[in-house]
Structure formats: C-alpha cells, structure tokens
Design a protein around this ligand. Structure first.
Ligand code: ADP
Length: 210
C-alpha cells in the first residue's frame, strides 16, 4: 500500500526532491527494488544487512547503530559464530546470519565489504558481499531484505561505483536464485541524500538500458 502511493508521485520529480517517499523499480522474477532514504534499524523486513567487519563484534557507523538498536543479545549471537581464523568470523565478501533480537527486522545478515583500493581490486569483493548476503536470504527462504550502502562510509567506496556494483550484484543473485527464489523485495536504505541520489540515478540508467 505504502509503496504503491510512492511510485507515480515520485517518478517525474528529481531525485533530490523525493527523499522521504523513495523509488520503486522492477527486478527480474517479479521482485521489486525499493530505494529510500532512512535509518536501516527501523526497517520491518525479514532481514537487514549489516556492513560489519571481519570480527563481527560491532563497530562504528551502521554496524554500531544496528547493535544499539538490536540490544546486547546481538553481540552475544555474533560471538557464537565460529572463527574461520584468528579474529575472523566473516571474511570480506562473505555473509553470516543472526536473529534480529529487538530490531523490527527478523534477522541480521552480517557481511563485510572491502576497504576501497581501486575498482579492479575492490569491485569483485563488494559484489561478493552483496551476492553472499542475497544467497543467504534465498537459502533461508526470506522474502524482503534491506541493504545499506556497504563500504560507502569509512571504507571509502566512491558512491557511483558502489551503486553500480550493488545493483548489478543484486540482479545476478536474483538470476541465480531462479524464478522460484524467495526474495521478492530488495531495499536500499541510504542514510545520506547524496548516496540516495546516486543509487536512484544508477537504477534509472539500468532501467533505461534494460
Ligand atoms: P563501511 O565500513 O562498510 O563503509 P559504514 O557504517 O561506515 O560502513 O558506512 C556504510 C554506510 O552506512 C554509509 O553510507 C553510512 O552513511 C550508512 N549508515 C550509517 N548509519 C546508518 C543507518 N542507521 N542506516 C542506514 N545506513 C547507515
């Protein structure tokens, strides 16, 4: 209901003006893409994705916000995720899932994006972070997933490159999940307006090319 009201009203206005409503784009296999500005900790979805670090015990930025909102059970659940090597529970490009505890979201999918070096080295790792998160959501039969702009904060990923990698990786994961894949709504919940604007422009360009 809420989404339906936003599609038409926002479609002719500039990205900069529709900060509250968000934008909706069709994806393959009947799924939809929602791009909105906001705080991911408030998302009522099957899973929100955390831009975590390899230790998985909390951090700054969106990671800190998610841990604060979920309450102390989240860090306890993260500590129970087995280490794959010393100090590493989730290697860069992989994903792990926990309950959402006090969050409105049922689950948290923790993934680790790369610290930006350059497009050639960093894009495969950022794409892997998105694809691993989507694959976990598909494996668990989840229907709705909200992503932040992974690596676009302290990890320094340029916004336009990050948006292109993110949207392409989500599309690839939906393709891999097939027609019967459970994920039918993918949201990008972007904290700041410049990043929101870049994601909307990138989605518009992809839609025009499709
Ligand atoms: P990274 O280390 O992956 O760059 P950050 O947490 O520093 O992670 O930033 C990732 C993105 O999350 C940035 O675009 C930042 O603006 C955004 N962010 C910070 N807090 C929130 C929040 N509560 N909801 C959604 N996005 C957030």
């Amino acid at each position: 209901l809420m989404l339906a009201c936003c599609v038409g009203s926002a479609s002719r206005s500039s990205a900069a003006k529709d900060m509250t409503s968000g934008r909706v784009f069709p994806l393959r296999h009947g799924a939809q893409l929602v791009i909105k500005q906001g705080d991911i900790t408030q998302e009522d979805v099957d899973a929100i994705v955390n831009a975590a670090n390899e230790r998985m015990l909390g951090g700054g930025g969106v990671d800190g916000a998610i841990h604060r909102a979920a309450g102390p059970d989240l860090v306890r659940a993260c500590a129970e995720v087995p280490e794959v090597r010393r100090g590493v529970r989730c290697p860069t490009g992989e994903a792990r899932i926990t309950p959402g505890f006090r969050l409105p979201a049922r689950h948290v999918i923790h993934t680790v994006g790369p610290i930006y070096e350059n497009a050639r080295e960093s894009a495969p790792l950022l794409a892997a972070a998105y694809r691993s998160s989507m694959q976990l959501a598909l494996d668990k039969g989840l229907r709705s997933v909200s992503f932040p702009g992974i690596s676009t904060g302290v990890f320094g990923y340029p916004f336009d490159e990050a948006a292109q990698v993110a949207l392409a990786a989500v599309d690839e994961a939906l393709e891999a999940g097939g027609e019967g894949g459970s994920v039918k709504e993918v949201r990008f919940v972007l904290f700041n307006q410049p990043l929101y604007d870049v994601f909307v422009e990138t989605a518009e360009e992809r839609a025009a090319r499709a």
